[in-house]
Design a protein around this ligand. Sequence first.
Ligand code: CUA
Length: 331
Amino acid sequence: MTRSLIAALLLQAPRYHRQSALDSAGPRAAAVETLWWLMLTVATIVIVLVVATLAHGAFRRRAAAEDPAGQAMDRRLTRWVVTSVAITLLIQVGFLVANYAVGRAIAAPRRDQTALLVDIIGHQWWWEVRYQDSLPSNLVTTANEVHVPVGRPVILRMTSRDVIHSFFAPNLFGKKDLVPGRTTQTWFQADTPGVYRGQCAEFCGHQHAKMAFFIVAEPPPEFARWLDAQRQAAPPPSDTLQQRGQLAFMAGGCALCHAINGTPAGGRVGPDLTHLKSRLTIAAGTLSNTRGNLGGWVVDPQRIKPGTYMPSNSLAPADLRALLAYLESLK
Ligand code: CUA
C-alpha cells in the first residue's frame, strides 16, 4: 500500500461509521438500540437464573429422593413454579410496555422542527433520490446518496418503479419497504455527522446484494452548499477532449437512459449524471468512484453487476478516454 493511500484512508476514516444498529447516530435508532439492550440484559439474567436453577436441581435430586418429608417438597415446588410463572408474565408485560413506548416515540419526528422532505424511488438495482422544491428549477435529482443536515428530521417519501425494495440504514432507522404503485413514508434524524452505509433489505432480483446507498450527514451550512451545487447545471466541456466525450455520450446511446442537466440528455431509466463525480461510489455502492472503475463499468457493466440494465459498450479507446474525461468533469 502506498503512503498516500494510507494517508487518504486515515483522513477519511472518521467520516465513515461502521454499519451497525448498535452504533446509533440519531434519536430514532437510539430508542430502538436502548430497547435492544434492555431486552438482551433481561434475557441474559433470565437464562443465567434458569441454568443455575437447573444445575442446582440436578445436584439436589439424589438428596431429595432420600428426603422422607415428600409433601413439604411438593409444596415448595408448587411455590417455585407459581413464582416463576408470575415473574415471566411480569417480564412479558414490561417488554410490551417498553416496546409500545419506543414504537410511539419513533412513529413521527418531533413537531417543533421542520423536516426535510426527500423522495426515494427504488429501481433494480439503484436508488433515485430527489429533493423537492416549490421552484421547479431548484429540484435536485441524484442517486444512491442522501445528503442531510445533522440535527434536523428527514422525512423519506418512497415508492418503487419495479419490484418491492426496502430502505435500511441500521445506524439511523429501521427497514421500510418501497412498494410499486404506493407511497410509503419513514423518517430519521442524524445527530452525528458522517457517512452511514445502508442497503436494500428485501430480495429484489439478481443484484439485490449490490443495491447499497450512503447517508451523508453534514453540518447545515455544508449541506446547504451541497444542495446549491447540485442545483447547478453541468458545466459545458472545457476542452476538445471533453467535447469529444460529450459527443460520444450523446451519440453512443448513453443519453437515452441518463440525464445531464444543461445538455439534451434527459433519459430517466438510469441514474442522473449531472454531478456524477460528486458522489462517493458508482453502481449503487458497488465501486468507489474512480476513473478506472468508471471506465470498467462503462465498458462492461455485466461483468461487475450481471443482470444490470446497463448494456456493455464497445467504444474505440480514444472515445472511451474522451468519454471518461467528460464524465470526470461532472463534479
Ligand atoms: Cu432492492 Cu433488494
